[in-house]
Ligand binder design. Structure first.
Ligand SMILES: Cc1ncc(COP(=O)(O)O)c(C=O)c1O
Length: 410
């Protein structure tokens, strides 16, 4: 029977779903009582692992004291102010301010709007163009979808946001050409430090710094989309620090609360905030009902403290070393075609087996991974995953690839 819940990124005609009922650490359990290793930190977000009572307690305390009150105009709340202070201290560029959203897509849209607004306020309203990459993933709202470099995600949704130009990943000359074709008209370049949901591709050495240089030469802002890379995934607070780049705008979401409640946002570095603050009569006509929601911000305060206190950024490197060593051994055995990643986010490239079939075949082996397209299986486990469960992820992939091959022959 088709259920009432119309699922995201699923076939509307699909009838069968796995109902997850509880989680603890790097494990989740379904309604049948089957336990799985959560090899994807759910959807690239649960860095601190599942079942943290102290986050639940902080949220409950906040909801009992003040459920919510909006932050438009003159109003604020204590958790939003507190987590803004924490994020400003952590920001890749000192002196940043924080704009809040509830999701990564809203964060990307907010960054695109702030980028264009700041260009207009500094006297360059003709700067409308946004350069993004192919492949890339920046979300599903019209702004985020237009920036996303995955043609399948744009099909059948009508016209995209105009003035978005995509260049192939790692191709600095293509970005330079866009600047030359549209002189004085580019507002911003947006890039993920490591391309995540579009396939897990780390940047070529020097590429991100090259983007920074081109933005400086041509008067554009650099937006780093850290929705996956932020908060320890690459062994530092930010991918920007991992690759030594200085963004003007930084989008974040996911692991800011490790997903316990929805929260996202944009770090606005001094170069941009000073433009916005320079006109005392300017009103930022942008914001969401739940920007700075106190319960989500209360969750973030604790989730960020856990990452710091438990040294999870250091753990990311160890998780990545063990996972990538296991994947490379599968590659050496001819089980998988390619291994790529950085920090604690990795992918196995497949050639003769379908990624969705491999994901399905991993479930009976007790691991939930994620297919990307037809030829990639991604891994982005909670940073608290232990060595046995990392090995279990690799073994499950190994056995699933064999199972799918056997079925194809049989
Ligand atoms: C880099 C990046 N940007 C934006 C988004 C969109 O975030 P959300 O799904 O919270 O809207 C994602 C989601 O995976 C992402 O990985």
């Amino acid at each position: 029977m088709i259920p009432p819940f119309l699922h995201p990124f699923a076939r509307p005609a699909a009838e069968n779903f796995v109902t997850i009922v509880r989680g603890s650490g790097a494990r989740v359990t379904d309604a049948e009582g089957t336990e799985y290793v959560d090899a994807m930190a759910s959807l690239w977000y649960c860095n601190v692992g599942h079942g943290r009572a102290e986050i639940a307690d902080a949220v409950a305390r906040q909801l009992r004291q003040l459920d919510a009150f909006h932050t438009f105009e003159m109003f604020s709340n204590e958790p939003a102010d507190e987590v803004a202070g924490i994020l400003a201290d952590l920001a890749p560029v000192p002196g940043s301010r924080v704009f809040f959203t509830s999701s990564g897509s809203e964060a990307v849209d907010s960054a695109l709007k702030i980028a264009r607004l700041a260009q207009a306020v500094r006297g360059e309203p003709q700067r409308r163009f946004v350069v993004s990459r192919r492949p890339s993933y920046h979300g599903v709202t019209y702004g985020g979808m237009a920036a996303t470099g995955l043609p399948a995600n744009q099909e059948l949704f009508g016209s995209m946001l105009p003035d978005v130009v995509q260049t192939p990943k790692d191709d600095l000359e293509a970005v330079r050409a866009v600047f030359e074709q549209h002189p004085g008209q580019v507002a911003a370049v947006i890039a993920e430090p490591v391309i995540g949901a579009a396939g897990v591709y780390p940047p070529q050495p020097g590429y991100l710094q090259g983007l920074r240089r081109l933005c400086d030469e041509h008067g554009a802002w650099l937006i780093m989309d850290e929705v996956i890379c932020g908060f320890g995934r690459l062994g530092r607070w930010w991918g920007a620090q991992r690759f030594d780049v200085r963004p003007d705008l930084t989008t974040f979401a996911k692991a800011v609360t490790s997903g316990y409640l929805p929260l996202g946002g944009v770090l606005v570095a001094p170069a941009v905030r000073q433009v916005l603050e320079s006109d005392a009569s300017l009103v930022l006509r942008h914001g969401h009902t739940y920007s700075g929601h106190p319960a989500a911000c209360a969750a973030a305060v604790v989730a960020l403290d856990i990452i710091r206190r438990e040294g999870l950024m250091d753990r990311a490197g160890k998780v990545g070393d063990r996972l990538s060593t296991g994947l490379r051994a599968l590659h050496a055995d001819g089980q998988i075609a390619d291994v790529r990643g950085d920090g604690a986010v990795w992918a196995a490239g497949l050639d003769d087996v379908d990624a969705a079939a491999v994901r399905d075949a991993m479930l009976p082996h007790g691991v939930i991974a994620r297919p990307i397209g037809t030829s990639t299986i991604s891994f982005c486990p909670p940073l608290v995953i232990d060595d046995d469960d990392i090995d279990r992820c690799v073994e499950a992939l190994d056995r699933a690839v064999s199972d799918v091959r056997k079925r194809a022959v049989g």
